[in-house]
Design a protein around this ligand. Structure first.
Ligand code: AHG
Ligand code: MN
Ligand code: MN
Length: 336
């Protein structure tokens, strides 16, 4: 039973034995993520003061402009995980290919791979709006003692052993799951410690917030257009409230606390939507489901989807179960 205000360190030790393959390795891994998160938090907090806002001048593998903080966060997480030699590979939204980490004595005996979106919502950095980090952890499927392959990363979300996000917001939080519910820790920046502030987080079954970039309305599938009109109708507890920060982590975090739905659909200009299955949707889906919510592509459960590409995109509907089910009804009535 999580105890409010216990530190993340205490929580990890107390709950280590709950984990099916407990060997301390996963705990060490989460420990290094919390360390990297503190470093990134420190940099994000200085964003207006030193020359780290703005474009880095390059595009990532997906053709998106990289921000300086995207690059810094990517390097910080990769360095921290590599130095500690606790993972055998890392795949990142900001890197073209996965990275192989041979580990101690070059023996490739570490069990876990990490997939990461080092900075989510990076277009918000320059305007002092919350950004985040998302991570997803799997056990490798190829034999220990051999270098990781793409197969270790292309696993369905169902295989995740842990997933989490960090929000660099009005306060900095780390929220994660190892498949036994979701717990949220807030950083005390003066002490550098994380405290359990949100034990056993739960999505309200329904809510009144819908989060979608309505500027793209004309490009949306008919089912999404109909659902938006449903949200705006004056009936029962509607019209709902529209809230869209443009940082998925923050939008979903708010909806998890208040009740709501987040949608990033496919559109006539982006046929698979924008969000990435491996770095964004699978980890968020694991957290959302562990908090009692639902995550689908409008038709299928996200975590059942077998990925085929590292940087694969997918439409994403997630949030309070009843709201996602209602949106799915509208999708089903229209084309797939
Ligand atoms: P990233 O910064 O990692 O590329 O992700 C941004 C994502 C997500 O956080 C957000 O919900 C969405 O992009 C916003 O996209 P639009 O500007 O198209 O609404
Ligand atoms: Mn992102
Ligand atoms: Mn990103």
């Amino acid at each position: 039973m999580p105890k409010k205000n216990q530190t993340l360190g205490e929580f990890i030790i107390e709950n280590q034995s709950d984990f099916a393959y407990s060997s301390g390795e996963l705990s060490r891994l989460i420990n290094s993520i919390r360390l990297a998160a503190k470093v990134v938090n420190h940099e994000v907090n200085k964003a207006g003061l030193v020359d780290i806002i703005g474009a880095y001048g390059e595009t990532n593998v997906q053709g998106e402009d990289q921000q300086k903080l995207d690059v810094m966060a990517n390097e910080t997480f990769i360095q921290t995980l590599t130095n500690r030699e606790i993972v055998c590979g890392i795949a990142s939204e900001e890197s073209d290919d996965f990275i192989t980490i041979p580990g101690c004595n070059n023996d490739h005996r570490n069990k876990y791979v990490v997939l990461i979106d080092p900075l989510d919502g990076s277009s918000n950095i320059d305007v002092n709006v919350s950004v985040g980090t998302i991570f997803s952890i799997y056990r490798r499927v190829t034999p220990l003692g051999t270098p990781v392959t793409k197969e270790d990363f292309l696993q369905a979300g169902n295989n995740q052993v842990a997933a989490g996000y960090i929000i660099y917001g009005t306060s900095t939080m780390l929220v994660y799951t190892t498949g036994r519910g979701v717990n949220g820790f807030t950083l005390n920046p003066a002490l550098g410690s994380w405290y359990l502030s949100h034990p056993e987080m739960k999505f309200p079954e329904t809510g009144r917030i819908y989060s979608i970039n309505e500027g793209n309305y004309v490009h949306f599938p008919q089912g999404v257009k109909d659902y938006i009109k449903y949200c705006q109708e004056e009936k029962e507890d509607r019209p709902y409230t529209s809230r869209y920060i443009g940082s998925m982590v923050s939008d979903i975090h708010r909806n998890m606390i208040k009740g709501g739905i987040f949608i990033y659909p496919k559109s006539s200009t982006a046929t698979n939507g924008k969000l990435r299955l491996l770095y964004e949707c699978n980890p968020m889906a694991f957290i959302v489901e562990q908090a009692g919510g639902k995550a689908t592509d409008g038709f299928r459960r996200i975590m059942d989807i077998q990925p085929t590409e590292l940087h694969q995109r997918i439409p994403f509907f997630c949030g309070s179960t009843k709201m996602v089910e209602k949106a799915e009804e509208f999708m089903a009535k229209n084309e797939r």
